[in-house]
Design a protein around this ligand. Structure first.
Ligand code: RNT
Ligand code: ZN
Length: 418
């Protein structure tokens, strides 16, 4: 027996003494497919137009060498990242990752054929796909408004784009036998105090109604809408606020997307999950890490990440919460960023799955808050790392820091030559 197995055996005994079964926890973790965002691999650039900068009030800062410039490079990088991530996951694509073979294809003209390579790649990897219309980094989004624009022509363009994306997402879901979550996020808002907060929201509601006019087949397509508090250049007003989309999702039976960076700095999405789940069937998470603003730092094993995972597990929401990642750091190795963020999410989920929740609930029900606090504190130093290491070893994805050597080698052999 090697050290990893020995440590696991001891850890399993420790957890068994608390009536927690480590094997059951690992089986459950294996079933959770994280939706890994493609855009960490190229700083949200996409392949539509290499000269157009990222707009929409979001920013990837840094210029670490080796970013992917083509879809083949991006898939190659993803393959590398996935080799260090235990389990089977999903890939989250944006419309700007279409492969048009050099042809200029307007976004309202996009079709599934431009994503065929992605579908084939996903099939090979036994992965599902998720999707997003891209309503930024485009001349029709230059003045900060898209689906809520005062100009009908511009609104119609983005409505047509969103409808095209729903069709593509449906085809992806059908091809891969797993529903594709198509998430709508728009940058609409204004830098300074607007006079009219009402009409853009009414126009957004109308645009969404047009986009969702045809019903989705939930076997293939799930529609999500993502709210936000502010962006760079939309500090004073965001059309698609939390209240707006909470209302829209509830009234229209859509998924609500909660992005960890899209609320006031002292607000946390972990506390919103059980509230929102009372009124919508399913939600999408954009797990991210905002540092002082919605900075989209790489996700780490923070208190809030633990709390998000606890809420998903304690609420029995695993089947109803789609866990997606949303960060883009251009200042470090992008493959490492994917691996660090995804592994952190999985670690948090494992820690939550290893919790003796029934016992904790018992203390709470009896009003024994001293025991509740004492046990929560003791749990923090339980050997959950030994279970995680064993899980990684079982999946041959590198135990501990080991995987980083593989990333460094790849940087030398592949990224440095780009
Ligand atoms: C922006 C939103 C949105 C984007 C991606 C690229 O603040 O979080 O989800 O990050 O669509
Ligand atoms: Zn997001």
């Amino acid at each position: 027996m090697n050290t990893i197995e020995k440590s696991y055996k001891l850890a399993r005994e420790r957890y068994a003494a608390m009536r927690v079964d480590c094997d059951v926890a690992m089986d459950k973790l294996e079933q959770i497919a994280i939706s890994i965002h493609c855009w960490q691999g190229d700083d949200v650039a996409g392949f539509e137009n290499p000269d157009i900068g990222l707009s929409g009030g979001i920013q990837a800062t840094g210029n670490y060498p080796g970013k992917a410039h083509t879809a083949d490079q991006l898939r190659q990088d993803l393959d590398k990242a996935l080799s260090f991530i235990p389990g089977t996951h999903r890939l989250n694509l944006h419309a700007i990752y279409a492969e048009t073979n050099g042809a200029t294809v307007e976004r309202d003209q996009l079709e599934t054929k431009y994503f065929q390579n992605w579908i084939d790649w996903a099939k090979q990897n036994n992965m599902g796909l998720d999707f997003n219309p891209t309503m930024f980094s485009h001349p029709n989004a230059d003045d900060g408004f898209t689906l809520s624009h005062a100009d009908k022509g511009i609104r119609d363009y983005w409505i047509a784009h969103s409808i095209a994306c729903r069709k593509i997402a449906t085809d992806m879901g059908q091809a891969l036998g797993s529903p594709c979550v198509n998430n709508i996020w728009i940058p609409d808002g204004s830098k300074d105090t607007p006079v009219d907060r009402k009409n853009p929201r009414l126009r957004l509601q109308d645009s969404l109604n047009k986009i969702f006019a045809s019903a989705n087949n939930p076997e293939y397509l799930l529609d999500a809408v993502e709210c936000k508090l502010f962006g760079i250049g939309s500090e004073s007003y965001v059309v698609g606020s939390h209240e707006f989309y909470m209302g829209y999702a509830t009234a229209n039976n859509k998924l609500l997307c909660l992005d960890a960076g899209h609320f006031h700095p002292t607000e946390v999405i972990s506390d919103k999950i059980s509230s929102v789940m009372t009124f919508v069937d399913e939600i999408l998470l954009h797990v991210s890490r905002g540092v002082r603003w919605d900075s989209d730092h790489v996700v780490t094993l923070s208190d809030e990440l633990y709390a998000i995972a606890q809420e998903i597990v304690r609420g029995d929401f695993i089947e109803r919460v789609h866990v997606g990642l949303d960060f883009f750091d251009a200042s470090i190795n992008r493959i490492a960023a994917w691996v660090i963020g995804t592994r952190a999410m999985q670690k948090a989920l494992l820690a939550a799955l290893l919790e003796p929740t029934a016992q904790l609930r018992g203390f709470e029900a009896e009003g024994d808050n001293s025991s509740r606090l004492a046990m929560l504190e003791e749990l923090k130093t339980m050997p959950f790392g030994a279970v995680w290491d064993y899980f990684c070893a079982k999946h041959e994805t590198g135990v501990g820091f080991e995987w980083m050597a593989g990333v460094k080698q790849y940087e030398k052999d592949v990224l440095a030559l780009r």
